[in-house]
Design a binder for this molecule. Structure first.
Ligand SMILES: *Cc1c(COP(=O)(O)O)cnc(C)c1O
Length: 387
């Protein structure tokens, strides 16, 4: 370790995209990061290329105030929550919602002033970013059957934590488990004191159409995060946004980097919003494909499949499946399945004690289904052979 570095960095490792992807040579069905399987339509790419030629001044810094983009996002946020208006000073934009998560942490918990609360399993970035800032992370469990929060444990954690819990991070619907917040969970979040910030990460909003934007506008301690990386097909451009009351937005603006969003990314996000009908048209068939894959897996008693409100599904081996595979340990089975699947060209995510599978194109989903069945048969046969 370099002698000038913070001691606690020794315990951290750099984020690895596509964990487990060893060689680059094989063409994978990349179903591990919940992106849209569809690139932008050609007409939109051509229009963006034209904008780059005609309107983007590469020698100039981007618009650091993001005013046009904020206005367009505010319009979409209002539409998505069926509100007549959202003011543009209720919106902040980030280099992906990851940047906004970090800005929220800096604005709330830095320097020993607070801890964060998350419910495992959930999106890993809250914990990863908090640790890089030396911020303590408290974790509560979810029900194994439904992935609902243990609200008693959550209340106890908020009531008695040193340093105090300043931020509760919730994904709605959650990743990797794909369940939306329940009414009881929302009621609990709304009951939290004003000294605790509630972050509702709606990265998958477009797939489930449930939103808490109205809470963010009414409550001083509530912020909604969303992203252009999933349904809007702009993961390459790194655009996320926050919706909250102006006082919290002003705090986010204080701690962000001056030119955090490149000109071309701003242009891409504006273009995606202007063409949202065309882009979001792909969603109903993705949801249909999700149901089809879920049902196909659920028909095999070796899987336990949870209902999904997002563009991915979450599965574990069922007790019968573990038995057929001759395994006592879920994780040992998942590791083997993940690896065998990868060698067949299907890359998914093994996380949170299960497998998270992004819904892809029709062909990709077909291959996922076939490869999963083949891998389980292979493992079941090997188990029978060794009995
Ligand atoms: C994918 C995802 C994001 C998006 O992050 P970006 O930095 O905007 O790409 C945020 N939150 C969750 C829970 C996600 O799954």
């Amino acid at each position: 370790m370099l002698p000038f570095l913070r001691d606690d960095l020794a315990q951290l490792s750099a984020y690895t995209p596509h964990a487990g992807q060893a060689e680059k040579a094989v063409v994978f069905d990349q179903l591990d990061t919940n992106e849209s399987p569809f690139d932008l339509p050609d007409f939109l790419k051509a229009a963006l290329a034209e904008q780059y030629q005609q309107a983007v001044e590469a020698n100039r810094y981007p618009d650091g105030g993001h005013l046009r983009l904020k206005e367009a996002i505010a319009g979409y946020a209002a539409e998505s929550a069926q509100l007549s208006e959202v003011a543009s000073d209720c919106v902040s934009v980030g280099n992906g919602s990851d940047e906004l998560i970090r800005s929220l942490l800096i604005a709330t918990c830095l320097g020993g002033s607070g801890a964060i609360l998350t419910a495992a399993p959930t999106f890993s970035m809250y914990g990863i970013l908090a640790k890089t800032l030396g911020i303590p992370v408290m974790t509560i469990d979810r029900s194994d059957a439904t992935f609902a929060l243990d609200l008693e444990a959550a209340s106890a954690a908020v009531a008695d934590s040193h340093p105090p819990i300043r931020v509760v991070f919730m994904v709605h619907p959650n990743s990797p488990t794909a369940n939306a917040l329940t009414e009881a969970e929302l009621t609990w979040l709304r009951s939290l004191p004003e000294t605790v910030l509630v972050v509702v990460d709606e990265a998958y909003f477009e797939f489930c159409q449930q939103t808490t934007v109205a809470d963010a506008l009414q409550r001083s301690n509530w912020v909604v995060l969303r992203t252009f990386s999933k349904a809007f097909r702009l993961a390459a451009h790194r655009v996320g946004y926050a919706v909250a009351q102006p006082a919290l937005i002003a705090a986010l603006e204080k701690v962000r980097l001056p030119y955090n969003l490149p000109s071309f990314s701003q242009a891409a996000a504006l273009s995606a919003l202007a063409n949202r009908t065309a882009l979001l048209e792909a969603i109903p068939s993705l949801l249909q494909a999700r149901e089809q894959l879920s049902q196909a897996l659920a028909a095999d008693s070796r899987w336990q499949v949870w209902p999904s409100q997002a563009n991915f599904i979450y599965v574990r081996l069922s007790p019968a499946g573990l038995d057929r595979l001759g395994l006592e340990d879920q994780t040992a089975g998942l590791v083997q399945i993940f690896q065998k699947l990868r060698s067949r060209g299907t890359l998914i995510r093994q996380t949170g004690g299960g497998l998270r599978i992004t819904i892809g194109t029709a062909e990709q989903n077909q291959r996922t289904q076939q490869n999963l069945a083949a891998v389980l048969d292979e493992l079941s046969l090997a188990a029978t052979g060794s009995r």
